[in-house]
Design a protein around this ligand. Sequence first.
Ligand SMILES: [Zn+2]
Length: 322
Amino acid sequence: MSVNKNLQASPRGEALGPDHTARRACLGVFAASALLAVACARAQAAAEPLPVFVSLLPQKQVVERIGGDAVKVDVLVLPGQSPATYDPTPQQMVALAKAAVYFRIGVPFENTWVPKIQQAHPKLTIVDTRQGITLQPMGGHDHDHDHGAKPQAGAASKAPVNLDPHIWTSPPLVKQQAATVRDALIALRPAERARFEAGYARYAAELDALDADLRRLLAGKAQRRFMVFHPAWGYLASAYGLEQLPIEVEGKEPSPQALARIIDRAKAEGIRVIFVQKQFSRTAAEQVARAIGGEVLAIDPLAEDFVGNTREVARALASALR
Ligand SMILES: [Zn+2]
């Protein structure tokens, strides 16, 4: 990546490197010779990969499937870190200076950090991958979320609505995010349009196959509710006709009274498995599991392999539901 040291950013955050120089030269020679134009296209194809940042690990797969060798993806929130409270490292802040684009997704640490990142790197293109997606409220009226999005400005409703940020756990929504990524990559490097469109088409087909698998795995279950500690699966649940029952209350462990109500609910619903994720304590989940004679099972909403992991999650859900 030494070539990138001397690169400047254009107003759209585009790297002005060998790639750009080649393009400028191409414009000059295009009319003169079709052969030279072909050579120029090759020079552009061999350009340095676009340096890309994303917030979360599952987004890395989306960008890499679409961009292939034409992108180099860095992730801000590393494994084991919380998207609610993450602080980018000084090294990440420096590396962002060289990025062509940062795909944000709407997790809470971005509320603090996106303005700082934009201020430090005014020419960096920041693309919001929530575009085209309707955010839904966090499920459960008394279940607030420690990292829920702020209510939409100008919302008519007086009651504050916490919007669910976990849009990266649902195959149909990831497909929408992939289309946003494809369009942004094409805008940054139009010479690679065909590659990005083909990468998107392949990934979209993978996501469609995943969607079909989930429909098949989760169809025919009379029981539609599952219990989780942290409610990260709201969009996946909506997409497949399920409902998550969170143990966490307002982003915290439940009080003894709340825990007693949750145990009653788990019994009434015939719950057998309590789902947890490694980023959160499993104490309350274990208490519920003991009380109902059930088990605690970890599933991961922040795994890097979105497609493979989501298939595993669906199998776990399918075996937990009657
Ligand atoms: Zn979460």
